[in-house]
Design a protein around this ligand. Structure first.
Ligand code: SF4
Length: 289
């Protein structure tokens, strides 16, 4: 495979074949994100992608999982993605699942019929940067959508039969909007009922515009105590019937995992124990993006 670096994938796709069908991110404007700043968004040529698929099929016919890159592969036209899914099915007879990053905009732009056809073609789950359910935070970080639009987008994906894995970014409201960020995120997530939910903590990277806001004193990231408090507000307000919950990303001060709402009390107890110093935090030098 010929990869255009940098390449990112969700941690749970470590066993998957990564296939770049798009390059970069079609939005590429969130102030907290530096992932694709060095790339110009493009949909790759179908002939090139299908050539790579055929070659990968010859070399690794046993592939069972494929992750479509880059930052929002669902930005590609539905017909193009349908052709890619068909080629994947032909190259890998044992293929069990295909997943991709998607933005709310991608899902809103596609018709219900297009999403259903992609689901039937094998695209079974999307990963989506939910970030926050607070419109002030979403506007401040230039996410390009409101919370209402994000809810509608994910529900549209669910209606097509796709599963969702959403990411919330702790700390994104700064100290000032920490509580609103947590509580409004819970409200929106309760309406969505995602299948998977991950909490990451925003980690300042110099290439992200938000980093420069910190340097200017225009944004203050909550400290560990503040992040734990925010996580506690979020967990307390979440009412999820059956969601796999993870907060064990390398960026988090306290690794947590469970199933919501079944494990909510245990998760909240762990947060409280950490806040009172009875549970150790991951040392700052071991954390990262
Ligand atoms: S957070 Fe997602 S949508 Fe925003 S710029 Fe980064 S990759 Fe693109």
């Amino acid at each position: 495979m010929q990869y255009a670096e940098p390449v990112f994938r969700p941690p749970s796709e470590s066993e998957s074949l990564i296939l770049q069908v798009t390059l970069g991110c079609s939005h590429n404007a969130c102030t907290f994100c530096a992932m694709y700043r060095t790339k110009r968004f493009a949909v790759r040529a179908l002939s090139e992608v299908c050539g790579e698929i055929r070659e990968a099929g010859r070399r690794w016919p046993g592939v069972k999982r494929v992750f479509l890159g880059d930052g929002d592969a669902l930005a590609a036209p539905a017909g193009f993605l349908a052709d890619v899914l068909r080629a994947l099915g032909e190259a890998f007879p044992g293929l069990r699942r295909v997943t991709a990053y998607a933005s709310p905009q991608n899902l809103l732009e596609k018709t219900p019929e297009e999403l259903t056809a992609l689901r039937e073609g094998g695209l079974s789950m999307f990963y989506l940067g939910f970030e926050s359910g607070d419109d002030e935070v979403l506007k401040a970080v230039n996410k390009g959508v409101t919370a209402e639009e994000t809810v509608a987008a994910v529900l549209k994906g669910h209606a097509a039969g796709m599963r969702s894995s959403l990411m919330v970014l702790l700390g994104l409201g700064g100290r000032d909007r920490s509580e609103a960020h947590a509580r409004r995120s819970a409200e929106a997530l309760n309406r969505i009922q995602p299948h998977h939910l991950s909490c990451l903590t925003w980690y300042p990277v110099p290439e992200a515009p938000l980093y420069r806001q910190i340097e200017r004193g225009a944004f203050t990231l909550p400290d560990d105590e503040g992040i734990l408090t925010e996580l506690g507000w979020l967990l307390s307000d979440l009412k999820l019937t059956d969601t796999v919950f993870r907060a064990n990303h390398a960026s988090n001060p306290l690794p947590l995992a469970g199933r919501m709402n079944r494990d909510r009390d245990a998760l909240l107890s762990a947060v409280e124990a950490a806040r009172s110093g009875h549970l150790p935090l991951v040392p700052a030098f071991l954390r990262g993006t």
